[in-house]
Design a protein around this ligand. Structure first.
Ligand code: NAP
Length: 361
């Protein structure tokens, strides 16, 4: 066990952030958690309580604020939050995870703005900074191996990926980059609080299943959707507990600082396996892979249009197939086994998501 760290955690009330916080406390570090909303803070306290954490009130402090103000309001925050000036480490997990631009300019506003504001503070206060990025800063890649290096600007599928690339660009050489792939619920409990990414595929299939009502109708087995992707290409997904455990163990060792780590799955599921599971689970059929680069087919009738609308977002993701090198991660945390993505696990993720009404409950 390393010396205990004094960590400012941004995004601690988020899906990954809660697990990062739990791991930090579990391993004896002191945490100052930045938060915006009292209700989110309460939810996080409840979650920590369910795990028997924190063990001492001294180890967890809360700092109310907006990440974009971190430099400008730092001195005020230090007056309001006990011993905040003792923080020596920042884990920056706060982000807008919107894929496309909204009317406030997010995700660019939050993701780029927070990288800039934190950099200003770093330039006047000694801090060791670790940035939670994404493996998809590589942009669109077809079946090639993506190394744990800084990438030139790629073709991005959405503004979110681009905003994360821009943030890395600001911090290149000054911070550790921890790059998870698509994060899934906990490998044992299936708990999840953000049903984006891979969940969209399952949610779309679930909705189609309900819209089509009659469980034995022919229509639901003849959806007639051609997917422009390779069946044996993969989607890289990774359980949240593995990500949180790796992040904290990696940053505890100063030899890892300012390096890049892919927190990705070494054996991700391929598209054929995933689609087969989805079709069996939701009684659907008539979807087939027609190879990467095939033109998107226009829906021919009402049912196809409905199916297509549900699936569109995630089908685009099927077209991006990087293979992530994990040399740095395997070297840094060789003792951490990556939980396998099994049918049983995916079914438990779906059960949990349905129980939570895909985040609406
Ligand atoms: N989820 C994935 O599949 C995935 C994959 C790869 C990388 N990542 C990265 O992992 C990190 C965590 O993602 P997540 O899935 O945990 O996202 P999340 O559940 O949406 O949590 C985002 C967190 O950021 C906070 N936040 C957002 N804007 C803020 C602002 N302006 N000021 C202060 N706090 C702000 C949110 O606070 P509130 O609670 O107040 O909203 C929340 O705590 C992000 O950096 C994301 O880019 C996620």
């Amino acid at each position: 066990m390393s010396q205990s760290l004094n960590v400012l955690l941004t995004g601690g009330t988020g899906f990954l952030g809660e697990y990062l916080m739990a791991e930090l406390l579990e391993r004896g570090h002191n945490v100052w958690a930045l938060f915006r909303s009292d209700s989110k803070k309460l939810d996080t306290i409840r979650f920590l309580g369910s795990l028997g954490l924190p063990r001492s009130a001294n180890s967890l402090h809360w700092v109310k604020g907006e990440i974009l103000d971190i430099d400008e309001h730092w001195e005020n925050w230090c007056k309001e939050s006990e011993n905040l000036e003792n923080v020596d480490t920042v884990i920056h997990s706060a982000a807008s995870t919107r894929l496309h631009m909204d009317e406030c300019g997010d995700p660019l506003r939050t993701n780029l703005g927070s990288a800039q504001a934190l950099k200003k503070l770093y330039l006047r206060k000694p801090l060791t900074v670790h940035i939670i990025s994404t493996a998809y800063v590589c942009g669109l890649v077809q079946g090639e191996i993506v190394k744990e290096v800084n990438h030139p600007r790629g073709d991005f599928l959405n503004v979110y990926e681009e905003s994360k690339w821009e943030s890395e660009n600001i911090w290149q050489g000054h911070a550790t980059f921890l790059r998870p792939s698509i994060i899934l619920g906990h490998s044992e409990t299936a708990r999840c609080t953000s049903f984006s990414g891979w969940y969209i595929l399952f949610q779309a299939a679930h909705l189609l299943d309900r819209l089509m009502q009659d469980p034995s109708s022919r229509e639901r087995f003849e959806l007639g959707i051609d997917i422009p992707a390779e069946p044996l290409a993969t989607t890289n997904v990774i359980p949240v507990d593995y990500v949180a455990k790796s992040v904290i163990r990696i940053i505890e060792n100063p030899a890892n600082h300012k390096k890049i780590f892919h927190l990705t799955h070494p054996d991700p599921p391929n598209h054929e396996w995933t689609l087969d599971l989805v079709c069996r689970r939701f009684n659907l059929g008539g979807l087939k892979f027609v190879g990467a680069g095939a033109p998107f087919m226009q829906p021919r009738n009402r049912i196809e249009r409905m199916a297509w609308r549900q699936m569109q977002t995630i089908l685009l993701h099927f077209a991006n197939n990087p293979i992530f090198d994990r040399t740095n991660t395997s070297h840094a945390v060789p003792e951490l086994a990556v939980p396998p993505i099994t049918e049983d696990f995916v079914n438990r993720l779906i059960d949990y998501a349905i129980e939570k009404d895909w985040g609406l409950a």
